[in-house]
Design a binder for this molecule. Structure first.
Ligand code: PGA
Length: 251
């Protein structure tokens, strides 16, 4: 039986400079003081590439884990100006990686590319945070579940170790907009996904929700037991907002 550990993952996107590491200390201090709940959750921050190595260093002996936001779809070394491979990211000590964020899909990442990235990320022993999500028009046409299933089947192989995969369901229309799905809608979607995953892959990986999660919307989500945590964009860039999300979740 999988543990019920919740994940609070901050996706910083293109944000942060070296001094932003102070956020790690502040969140770590909150974690240490939160004795009542801190065994129930894990905190991960995904800073931009420029900060990855320093954040790995700064988070040593702290309770904030570090994730990459993406990688190139070929491994080791090669003539690929401006890119870094899963192998290179692993070598600086990173253990988590976000793959398939809708912002990158919109810039041209296809399922074929994502499949390669996930294969390589798993080969390099990462835990993959795999993002899926429908757009507004797909939602309007009630194609949400169909779209999500396709995004999963096109990329995840049946033999993969699902303990190394976390699915982040992020409706595109919800990212950065302040709009969130209703609890009923979300419960239905997650239940559908878990069913599908259990049938096809024998068990379901953890499923997170992402899209306009903040200290207020978290109150709507906290009753949804089916969720294993949250991928947080905008609100993860300030320690106060990040901490308030965790605080309100356990309130
Ligand atoms: P948001 O972004 O929390 O700012 O909506 C979430 C994401 O893009 O992962």
């Amino acid at each position: 039986m999988a543990s019920h550990t919740k994940y609070f993952i901050g996706n910083w996107k293109m944000f942060g400079i070296p001094s932003s590491f102070k956020i790690i200390d502040k969140i770590n201090n909150y974690f240490k003081k939160d004795r009542k709940n801190n065994k129930k959750y894990k905190i991960i921050i995904a800073p931009p590439l420029t900060l990855l190595q320093d954040f790995i260093f700064k988070s040593k002996n702290k309770k904030v884990l570090i994730s990459a936001q993406n990688c190139y779809e070929e491994d080791k070394f090669g003539a690929h100006t401006g890119f870094v491979s899963p192998f290179m990211i692993k070598k600086i000590g990173v253990k988590f990686i976000i793959i398939g964020h809708s912002e990158n899909r919109q810039k041209g990442e296809t399922d074929k590319v994502l499949k390669k990235k996930i294969l390589l990320a798993l080969k390099n022993n990462f835990t993959v945070i795999f993002c899926i999500g429908e757009n507004k028009s797909e939602k309007r046409k009630k194609r949400t579940v169909k779209v999500l299933k396709k995004q999963i089947s096109n990329v995840l192989h049946k033999n993969y170790n699902l303990n190394k995969i976390i699915i982040a369901y992020e409706p595109i229309w919800s990212i950065g907009t302040g709009k969130i799905p209703s609890s009923n809608e979300l419960i239905k979607t997650i239940a559908n996904l878990k069913n599908f995953l259990t049938n096809k892959y024998k068990s379901s990986p953890k499923i997170l929700y992402g899209g306009s999660v903040d200290k207020d919307s978290i109150r709507e989500f906290k009753s949804i037991k089916e969720l294993d945590g949250f991928l947080i964009g905008g609100a993860s860039k300030s320690s106060k907002n990040f901490i308030d999300i965790i605080r309100n979740f356990y309130k």
